[in-house]
Design a protein around this ligand. Sequence first.
Ligand SMILES: [Fe+2]
Ligand SMILES: [Fe+2]
Length: 313
Amino acid sequence: MKLYEADDKMIELIRDNYSVLQGLNAFGISLGFGDKTVREVCERQGVDCYTFLVVVNFIINGSQPTQQDARISVGTLMTYLRASHKYFLDCQLPNIRAKLDEALSAENKLTALIMRIYDEYAQAIRQHMKYEEKTLFPYVEALMRGEPKNDYNVEIFSKHHGETTSKLLELKSIIIKYLPDNGLTSNRLISTLYDIYNNEEWLNNHSEVEDNIFIPAIRVLEEKTKNEDLSARLTNIIGQGGDAVSEREKEIIRCLVQGMTNKEIAGQLFISVNTVITHRRNIARKLQIHSLAGLTIYAIANNIIDSAWMPQS
Ligand SMILES: [Fe+2]
Ligand SMILES: [Fe+2]
């Protein structure tokens, strides 16, 4: 098993694996690259070389990509998947339909039924791909802009993604097992069957790239966006809180993070317990912090207490 690297010649990669040709096209790599290496071709055509190699090595050798690999470009993968959908919907499906229609005899009673199975299959695939384009891809684009959504995530997509191509299996077996061979259409039909088999393999590859590379890459992006969002909110709270909290409230915070009760604070600051409660309510409202741990982070970040001081758990 050869794992292709950036310094290998692109032509060698194609020569060994002609099935990658459509993949090249989907990545936006045009032919005519002479003896250039994979890296040179990718650089020249503005394709992320690392992501290209991960996909190609997976398709050719089944080489499993590392999970949590932050070097994979989600944008590059999406370009590839979109172009693959287009190739499949606009080119493959209509071409095979035309060939099948031509190969089947009009007099055969099964012809209309077979065409119906094919059309149902094509429709199921079309819906599957349209869903990805209308729901998943815009979600991923929003994540890339740092705008996570609360009502959708990659696990929702992943749960329903592993759909079978059972209609295609049914179609092949009906043609192979039940179609009466009258000798005239046989060659065309065999050629169409090859196309259907290739098509199935192509579709499996496509789905596997989504399951094994795209979905894990989205998970990494989701995690990154979630962390950035949390840190932005914390910075916001710290920034806003600095001005808003009065000196008296800072004293209350200092007491609270040291674990003092309302009664102890009231005694220390010579105020009533009710006043302490009012201060606490105001602090929570101003800072939008309601836990002792959050208040401690706030106090350290704003030098209300010494960072060397940590509360007893
Ligand atoms: Fe897809
Ligand atoms: Fe898919």
